[in-house]
Design a protein around this ligand. Sequence first.
Ligand code: 5AD
Ligand code: SF4
Length: 499
Amino acid sequence: MSPRDKTAPRDGRPASGRNSTVLDIGRPPTAANPSAKPAAKPRDVDTPTVLSPRLTPNKNTKSVFIKTYGCQMNVYDSERMADVLAPIGYSAVDSPDHADLVILNTCHIREKAAEKVYSELGRIRKHQKTNNPDMKVAVAGCVAQAEGAEIKRRAPVVDMVLGPQTYHKLPEMIAQVTRATGDVLETDFDTIEKFDALPAGRNAKGYSAFLTVQEGCDKFCTFCVVPYTRGAEVSRPVDQIVAEARSLASQGVREITLIGQNVDAYHADGPDGSAWGLGHLIRHLAKIGGIDRMRFTTSHPRDMDADLIETLATEPKLMPYLHLPIQAGSDRVLDAMNRGHTYEHYKALIARIRAARPDIALSGDFIVGFPGETDEDFEATMTCVREIGYASSFSFKYSVRPGTPGASLPRQVPEDVKSERLKRLQELLYTQQREWNESLIGRTLDVLVEGTAKGDGQLFGRSPYLTGTHFDGPESLIGQIVPVRITSAGVNSLVGERV
Ligand code: 5AD
Ligand code: SF4
């Protein structure tokens, strides 16, 4: 699982007809001019996003404000919650001010992310008291799953607590709350039921969409809450995924990112009766007309099989970008993390991937200050970064998560040591990211134009390497794949001109 990328456009898709449920994620803008702040931190992965509508709801509709914290899985789930609520008259709004329902779709991965939810609930309580007494409040996502009824105790403003596998039950839960039959707590763990019960079609927004193909994790890394909040690894049936991809394509989506906490672990029976892995699924989905680009995330070094690597080499619609976290470079730390692989295994895997797809842009996740991490261990992470070379990355200080094995390990690393290590690691990673982006200057890249860029009047899109790219052009190009010659590069994004 990885945090999502926050470099974001304003979606330029026009509102139309029954589009009161066509939604846009109003992600916060980052550097419009990438050369402005070269030393800036590339992404604030803990910044929440808001699901907002194309149209203002009229008096016959009810409004829902959905705020999303955390990874792509939550972004997807927020959209699906909006899909579930649309038939019962809810339209998404981009502010809680007059909302009938507020949903916080939460993340529990690090302490900071979880605590943010409680601060937000404090603000919501004040707002409800002074301006909007009828507003209902729901906490969804991984904090809901992990903390359950404790949330109600800490924040009595909350009416509903719903875990990630229960979103299809939202209408029923809202009915219960509005009939004042008490507070509602739903933290079932049935992923299959969730996907069976969600509407088959999707209300697509924009030209690039996430599609969940797998949920949960059986890996039990000792630092991570995901196996507890999202449950065991479950893959969705092929036909369900194909139907959803077709629905997206029919609404103009051109790029699909297959997502899963351990997406490479995808396995299901194909229509031909044989067992399909992720590579097979990608090749199959790539045949859908209208879908021009595909990506997948997040990968795990233990699950990237030969077929998937071969698919990276041979499937032209698969973009040359791979998020493959290692977390740490020291075998001792990798073992304590229960990662199930060594640095040498990871390095050999990267060599195979690069041999198959030489232009691949590699991204990774790193944790510094895992319990027992010595200076020498940390230097092994620095060596790993120098040897592998990353085009983008996400890096964190280890955050103790109650209930995980890491929380009770001896030799927790002091906060100041973690901060110092993170600073050194990020200097190296951001330098590599800048150098990678600069290496693209002079090249012409196909950019999928997602919308207009906030602030600079330019268009915004993504390169094949997922880099946010800005260039001048008419709004009629939104939704097109446009060749752009790169003229300058910053740590976060590229600037170019149409050729
Ligand atoms: N502390 C810090 N970072 C964590 N991650 C997961 N759990 C923790 C934790 N307890 C990071 C890992 C993972 C990414 C999604 O978040 O790097 O790959
Ligand atoms: Fe968490 Fe490890 Fe599973 Fe990733 S592989 S979701 S880090 S337990």
